[in-house]
Ligand binder design. Structure first.
Ligand code: NAD
Length: 247
């Protein structure tokens, strides 16, 4: 059950984030999506979702910036009320071999994928502790579990997310808060489409199930973890990768 819970999905306007917003809304949550000016257009995303029958709140903000993340959370809480469910889904890649990687590629990926998890969670955790309930779900990646050529930055950030999950899960367990990681494999979104058809076919050859995953397949697991009834699952790292990596 999640009826009337308030959920914030960072990167909620993205390929996976959109399906997470829809799944939580279908489970009767009040859902807010964060978006980033210059990367997305929150208003057009919202208009499209409304046409499909989904109504969300939106809040703009750069989650890699501590103060901007805090302001974005405040805006959501003003619109919808205290946040019960946080899905840290915002992420980017800036791939390069280590011997060619620029410092700004490293910094950007660590800030958006990992610092953001601190920034946004820090703004909601006190309220969750006081109210004795919370669900925090961090969207990592198979490449945080197994490493990937050209992604020392992304693999480090995504592995770091699960370290954060395990530590916070222990700190929060007696407060009714669960903290889990979901690690998708290759999912059919624009992030993967950007790799190009040849690379995608090479990837598919490494996936035992023989296809890319669908964003909905990530969303249904997030929705499962967010439910009241999932209170005994904490500190877990759920792999959804078509058998590509079985850690
Ligand atoms: P996407 O590019 O469609 O969405 C990413 C979202 O993050 C966008 O809404 C974007 O606006 C937001 N974002 C980026 N930088 C931001 C910032 N500084 N502040 C606020 N928001 C910011 O990507 P996606 O494929 O939907 O990926 C979602 C998450 O899933 C990411 O964390 C990604 O690393 C992870 N993931 C994706 C795949 C995949 O195959 N697509 C696989 C494994 C993990």
């Amino acid at each position: 059950m999640m009826k009337n819970k308030v959920a914030l999905v960072t990167g909620g306007t993205g390929g996976i984030g959109t399906e997470i917003c829809k799944a939580l809304s279908s489970a009767s949550c009040h859902v807010a999506a964060s978006w980033l000016a210059g990367v997305d257009d929150g208003e057009s995303w919202l208009a499209k979702c409304r046409k499909e029958g989904f109504d969300f709140a939106i809040a703009e903000g750069d989650v890699s910036d501590f103060d901007a993340a805090a302001a974005m959370v405040k805006e959501v809480e003003t619109k919808l009320g205290p946040i019960d469910i946080l899905v840290n889904c915002a992420g980017i890649t800036k791939d390069s071999f280590m011997h060619k990687m620029e410092k700004d590629q490293w910094d950007a990926v660590l800030r958006v994928n990992l610092d953001s998890v601190f920034n946004v969670t820090r703004s909601v955790i006190m309220g969750m502790r006081k109210r004795g309930f919370g669900r925090i779900i961090n969207i990592s990646s198979v490449n945080g579990q197994k490493g990937q050529v050209g992604q020392t930055n992304y693999s480090a950030a995504k592995a770091g997310m699960h370290g954060f999950t395990m530590a916070l899960a222990q700190e929060s367990a007696r407060k009714g808060i669960t903290v889990n990681t979901v690690s998708p494999g290759y999912i059919a979104t624009t992030m993967v489409a950007a790799m190009g058809e040849k690379t995608i076919q090479k990837m598919i050859a490494q996936i035992p199930v023989g296809r890319l995953g669908e964003p909905e397949e990530i969303a249904r697991v997030v929705s499962f973890l967010a439910a009241d009834e999932s209170s005994f699952i904490t500190g877990a790292n759920i792999a959804i990768n078509g058998g590509m990596y079985m850690g």
